[in-house]
Design a protein around this ligand. Structure first.
Ligand code: BES
Ligand code: MN
Ligand code: ZN
Length: 496
């Protein structure tokens, strides 16, 4: 999608559709809205006094334009001013795009308003993100259906009289971040027979060539040589070979400790011998969501020219039952040297992550963050509105929580007290891969903590937030690309 900033007056332009945010309780049209009202001979006041648009988030109405000026004006409710933030901006621009889509328009214009609560840079970034995310569609494997809009919205124009430099930088940043998140969504959307570990690795390599990242891909032979027996154990039941992808961005000083992002790239999780129920199993193509977001975030890091060393690591395999598959009770070796009794082969994510985290820890990172669709338990705990964040470093956990608020991809802390570690005690090995029903998200994170050494580390459990029904205006049913925005925002927060 083309995103443009325009600092001229939109009321002097014959745009096909101009979307204007309306805050709740704006009884008499104020500010820019008052000018729109005048241009439309009082139609805005009428709509507001009739209560057709109260400003409640979700309200919208399309009015037809004056003789000169925009052909259509969409009044879009953005909720109460006290709650107005970057996320409301993201939703506003997304809804503007969807209105244009419904009306069969291939472009949309949005009036940007910070209402004294969102700064120009963040305002433009959020608007750009919302628009580009809303326009995205996964069309690779389907002929256009009659009920899907035939016209794709290919352009969004943002009107603001704020600081052009800050706005321009914001639009550019939002463009890069949203394109990355859309890349993650495309990878997520591809089914397991397309998006195999080999495919993920090839896509990462292609992206790396295009953006100037360096890419290294380990095949199974290399993993065996390095001692990554946990990934190999999970992959044993599958005919598709596992891969470990390492992407490196050298934006900092030579030898400066890197920030490391690790993402679970399990391209299909049938559960292995501890097989999952058939119903809903198709969703397990999304079990590579963390890996997709890490690859995507690395794309954004490269394109933003982040002044830090950043490394992305994605362990990728399938988890299938077969005659060669890992069995419950098997004890495996890991790269870190700890042995694991695999009591449930469906707790495979922590196994492939253990080797990836151990590899990352060897690089002595300044901080390491992993993201994974790791436990069903996190959906019970937090639902679909936030990921869980857990780690061995409170500052890092807080950094992520704050980056989550700014990016609109929120996470919320759970404790990682030593008492929970007891649930992982094994008779025969250094630890078990499952800790029973209580606190499933926490015991999974406890397991991961065993493999990070003394690196400052945090884990995001994204099983409830990586994909879904598409409830927000910038989402669609399927992959959300979550937490690409959050990861990029966190990396940026570390470089100041
Ligand atoms: N990939 C699943 C977790 C998951 C569940 C993701 C629901 C998305 C939606 C993971 O590999 C898994 O199977 N976890 C098990 C762990 C259990 C065996 C300890 C789970 O959560 O049931
Ligand atoms: Mn599983
Ligand atoms: Zn899984």
């Amino acid at each position: 999608m083309q995103l443009r900033l325009d600092t001229s007056d939109p009321l002097g332009k014959s745009e096909p559709l101009l979307a204007v945010p309306v805050p709740q309780g704006a009884a008499a049209a104020q500010g820019f809205l008052a000018r729109v009202d005048a241009a439309l001979s009082g139609a805005v006041s009428k709509v507001l006094s009739a209560g057709d648009v109260t400003g409640k988030a979700g309200d919208e109405v399309v009015l037809y334009g004056p003789e000169v000026g925009p052909q259509r004006v969409a009044l879009v409710g953005v909720g109460p001013l006290e709650k107005y933030d970057a996320e409301q901006v993201r939703r506003f621009s997304a809804r503007s795009v969807r209105i244009a889509e419904r009306l069969g328009r291939d472009s949309v214009s949005c009036r940007l308003e910070g209402f004294g609560r969102v700064e120009d840079g963040a305002l433009a970034q959020a608007a750009a993100e919302g628009a580009a995310l809303a326009a995205w569609r996964f069309t690779e494997l389907k002929k256009p259906a009659e009920d899907t809009p035939q016209v794709a919205v290919g352009e969004a124009r943002f009107y603001s009289d704020g600081d052009p430099e800050a706005l321009e930088a914001g639009v550019a940043r939002g463009d890069i971040v949203a394109a990355a998140e859309n890349f993650a969504r495309t990878l997520q959307s591809r089914p397991g027979n397309v998006a195999t570990p080999r495919h993920l690795a090839e896509e990462a390599e292609r992206m790396a060539r295009e953006t100037g990242l360096s890419a290294t891909v380990f095949d199974e032979e290399r993993m065996a040589r390095e001692g990554m027996h946990a990934i190999l154990a999970v992959s044993r039941g599958s005919d598709e070979e596992a891969r470990l992808v390492i992407l490196e961005h050298h934006g900092g000083e030579e030898g400066e400790a890197p920030l490391i992002l690790v993402g679970k790239g399990l391209t299909f999780d049938a559960g292995g011998i501890s097989i999952k129920p058939a119903s809903g199993m198709e969703e397990m193509k999304f079990d590579m969501s963390g890996g997709a977001s890490v690859i995507a975030a690395m794309q954004a890091v490269a394109r933003l020219g982040v002044k830090a060393n950043v490394v992305g690591i994605v362990p990728s395999s399938e988890n299938l039952p077969s005659g060669t598959a890992l069995k419950p009770g098997d004890v495996i070796q890991t790269l870190a040297g700890k042995t694991v009794e695999v009591v449930n082969t469906d707790a495979e994510g922590r196994l492939i992550l253990s080797d990836a985290l151990a590899w990352g820890a060897r690089m002595k990172p300044a901080a390491m963050v992993d993201c994974a669709t790791l436990t069903g338990a996190v959906v019970i705990g937090l639902g679909h509105h936030a990921a869980a964040v857990l780690g061995n470093d409170e500052t890092l956990v807080e950094e992520l929580r704050a980056a989550g608020v700014r990016s609109g991809e929120r996470c919320w802390p759970l404790p990682l007290w030593d008492e929970y570690r007891e649930q992982l005690k094994s008779e025969t090995a250094d630890l078990m891969n499952v800790g029973g029903r209580p606190a499933g998200t926490i015991t999974a994170a406890c397991f991961l903590r065993e493999f990070v050494g003394d690196a400052p580390w945090a884990h995001l459990d994204i099983a409830g937030t990586a994909y879904g029904e598409g409830k927000l205006p910038y989402q669609r049913k399927g992959g959300y690309g979550f937490p690409t925005r959050l990861l990029v925002e966190w990396v940026l927060s570390r470089v100041g």
